[in-house]
Write a protein that binds this ligand. Structure first.
Ligand SMILES: Nc1ncnc2c1ncn2[C@@H]1O[C@H](COP(=O)(O)OP(=O)(O)OP(=O)(O)O)[C@@H](O)[C@H]1O
Length: 738
């Protein structure tokens, strides 16, 4: 598109904001709705609430001062009269509506005591020819006039000749796209060529039912949705293909003669047997990291399903193969918890091999950090656990084979990439030095080492990635935005868990609740009391939690309580957590720092204050802190209706969903329904292309088709596939490569 250099800056800004940079972007900017300006309706035939166009003569025109200053014009067309009201108007407008003027008037008709009325209708000269197609109404930003955008789009449509990227030979093997069955239409009639579909959607003929356009069930819309979904699937497949070109170390455990491998020793050491689901996902991960291309796998499992031990097994297999493993968590509390658990399990086993577990976190003292960095660099730290500190510039690994990221939602895509990219080059040099000293288990296993060194010599190796998430991803999302990841799902809880009972209680019954809680805690149960996050201010957050803590202490003086919030120094946080874990504290008052991963099986009660302020997945995470042992557990969602005296509909939906189900998948599905994919996915999708036209739930049948076609199209028609992605994703394609 050649943009005039004289373009008004506000318009330029609005166009940029809408991503309307090229002709094709304009052509793909489709109407929100349509207005029918093709017909004139006699006033007598207009209905209350209808958008109508009338043509009539002005019979009176006056400025009234009550109830406020307004221009009231009455028009008549021989079948009836209609009153036009303008609250803001220029003298020139008043003039153009002089008595006797014939006008074409468009607006919503309202019936009232004074007869038919239109408020702020649009006016046109009556001698302009009537359009022959419906008038599109486009999404416009601030500063972009609708009429201006309409003209730009007409020009762009005129200039653009779209090559058909989906001719029949492309999809012959899997059959035509399953566009909505329209009685009486053949497949071909339903499958509109793209150019025709776009022309039509911008300027549809008036005889088509507006309903099928606005609910997007019309074949032209279906065509567009298929296009969009296909572009998205193609890009995900491309990401996968690109990644598969990179090389990774094949992590195959090597056992020293006469000694069990680490992962075997770990199994012998933990106090429980892995569930079938845990065994299956360990096997899936082991098979994947044994390959010489980087694993990119999501390990999902509901809260409390036992992901940590699976991560530990993966780490052991990596170390058994002579490579280092890094495990990162989004908060210090969680990272520390992982560190403790993994150190308990593995430190003695690693010590016997001259190796250890290292700890890296932001709040660390300089000396301790330097010591850890040296261990990581020399390879003596076979396992490195920490927060974001693990991916900072100055952390150099000797030979990093596997990165495990807990709660991947909270790590930005860029952070993940930074780790991967730095490591890719680092591994290249580390492995090409044939003397690479591996973790003890393989230092005397020449074949495995020689093999991995050989593969690494010519190419850079990139570590395998395992992302863990306790927010299960609904199937439709997994098929679209996570299509570049392999997924392992722990779909079974460890035995002996009883479901958490969830109750909704109004804040007005707080005293009653405190009384019951006091009774339960005095019987030896432990409880969390969670205070809401106040987004605008961390300070408010803190004072809120502190105030609640003080109130609760005053109300239950004989109960030992602890307070936990994100501003506390790490050591103090740890001390409070330790005392709670050890059963010394009956109640832990906390902000959402405990949301992810905190594991104190003995705690069986949870109160979430102002539950209406939390998101659904977040509530599910919080609730997952109880019900982790065999004791019966309960979660009380305290809600407050605030000044308005009632809850918003979404808050009601969320709280009801929580009370109805404990199933993380069901909760994720409802969360997606309530929030939509953009918010649901948070960081992962910031800036990335979300679907504009297709709807993940409603258009699932089209999605399945696109998913089936994408790999075939890339293989058999790569040029058309490329053209298709360029058309739909344009500049956003680079981001998706991440
Ligand atoms: N197979 C098993 N049998 C019995 N207990 C198990 C089993 N696997 C894990 N556990 C125990 O279940 C609890 C929850 O495990 P873990 O902390 O790994 O869960 P998680 O999946 O990480 O949950 P969250 O996402 O809520 O943090 C832990 O106390 C763990 O020791």
């Amino acid at each position: 598109m050649t943009r005039s250099s004289a373009m008004n800056p506000a318009i330029r800004k609005a166009l940029d904001k809408l991503g309307l940079l090229r002709d094709i972007d304009l052509v793909l900017h489709l109407p929100l709705r349509y207005e029918d300006e093709t017909r004139i309706t006699p006033i007598a035939k207009t209905r209350d609430g209808q958008m109508a166009q009338i043509e009539a003569t002005v019979v009176s025109n006056e400025v009234q001062l009550r109830p406020r200053r307004q221009l009231v014009v009455v028009v008549e067309d021989g079948t009836g009269q209609c009153q036009l009201r303008f609250l803001n108007f220029y003298p020139s407008q008043q003039k153009s509506m002089a008595i006797g003027a014939v006008l074409r008037i468009q607006g919503e008709v309202r019936g009232g005591f004074w007869g038919k009325q239109m408020v702020h209708p649009q006016l046109r000269k009556s001698d302009a020819p009537l359009p022959t197609s419906l008038t599109p109404v486009y999404p416009v930003g601030k500063g972009l006039p609708q009429a201006y955008l309409r003209r730009m789009i007409v020009t762009a449509l005129h200039r653009t000749r779209l090559q058909e990227t989906l001719p029949e030979p492309v999809w012959r093997a899997i059959g035509p796209p399953p566009v909505l069955a329209q009685p009486g239409l053949s497949d071909v009639q339903r499958w509109w060529p793209l150019q025709q579909a776009l022309q039509f959607l911008h300027h549809p003929q008036p005889e088509v039912a507006i309903q099928t356009l606005e609910d997007q069930s019309h074949p032209a819309w279906q065509r567009l949705k298929v296009e969009e979904l296909l572009a998205q699937q193609l890009s995900q497949w491309r990401v996968r293909q690109l990644r598969e070109q990179f090389a990774a170390p094949a992590l195959t455990p090597v056992r020293q003669p006469g000694q069990l491998a680490l992962h075997e020793q770990l199994l012998g050491q933990i106090a429980f047997d892995l569930t079938k689901a845990q065994q299956r996902v360990v096997a899936e991960i082991a098979a994947d990291i044994a390959l010489e291309r980087p694993m990119h796998r999501l390990l999902q499992g509901d809260v409390g399903s036992g992901k940590t031990v699976v991560a530990a097994m993966a780490a052991c297999i990596c170390m058994d193969s002579g490579w280092q493993c890094a495990l990162m968590a989004p908060t210090e509390i969680l990272a520390e918890q992982h560190f403790r658990k993994l150190s308990d399990w593995l430190s003695p086993l690693l010590a016997a091999r001259g190796k250890q577990v290292a700890w890296l976190a932001g709040a660390q003292k300089k000396k301790a950090r330097e010591h850890m960095l040296a261990l990581v660099q020399s390879g003596e730290a076979a396992l490195v656990v920490g927060t974001h500190a693990v991916i900072q510039e100055n952390v150099e690994f000797d030979r990093l084979g596997l990165v495990i990221i807990d709660e991947q939602h909270r790590f930005g895509v860029e952070q993940r990439l930074s780790l991967r990219d730095r490591q890719r080059s680092k591994n290249a040099s580390a492995t090409s030095a044939a003397e690479a000293t591996a973790a003890g288990t393989v230092s005397e296993a020449p074949t495995a080492l020689a093999d991995s060194v050989q593969t690494a010599q010519s190419e850079a190796l990139e570590p395998h990635m395992l992302m863990m998430s306790a927010t299960p991803i609904p199937r439709t999302l997994a098929m679209t935005y996570y299509a570049d990841l392999s997924v392992s799902t722990i779909d079974e809880l460890p035995p002996g868990r009883s479901p958490v009972v969830t109750r909704l209680i109004a804040d007005s019954r707080r005293d009653e609740l405190i009384e019951r809680l006091q009774h339960q805690v005095s019987q030896g149960r432990q409880a969390y009391w969670v205070c809401p996050l106040i987004e605008e201010s961390e300070a408010l957050d803190l004072s809120n939690a502190t105030a609640t803590f003080e109130d609760l202490q005053a109300a239950m003086p004989q109960i030992q309580m602890g307070l936990l919030h994100s501003r506390m120094p790490a050591a103090q946080k740890q001390e409070v957590m330790d005392r709670f874990s050890a059963g010394e504290l009956g109640i832990l008052v906390a902000t959402t720092v405990i949301e992810v991963g905190v594991d104190v099986p003995n705690a069986s009660l949870m109160v979430v204050e102002h539950a209406e302020r939390f998101g659904l997945s977040q509530l599910h995470q919080l609730r997952g802190r109880v019900g982790r042992g065999s004791a019966k557990s309960a979660c009380i969602l305290l809600y407050s209706t605030g000044d308005s005296g009632k809850l918003s509909d979404t808050a009601k939906d969320r709280l009801r969903a929580m009370a109805q189900t404990n199933d993380g998948f069901e909760i994720a599905r409802r969360d997606l329904e309530i929030r939509g994919p953009g918010e649901f996915m948070g960081a992962r999708q910031s800036g990335a292309a979300l679907l504009r036209f297709a709807d993940l739930e409603a258009d699932q049948h089209l999605l399945e088709w696109a998913r089936e076609l994408a790999p075939l199209m890339l293989r058999d028609h790569p040029h058309l596939a490329e053209e298709h992605m360029q058309r739909w994703l344009g500049g956003r394609w680079d981001y998706l490569k991440a």
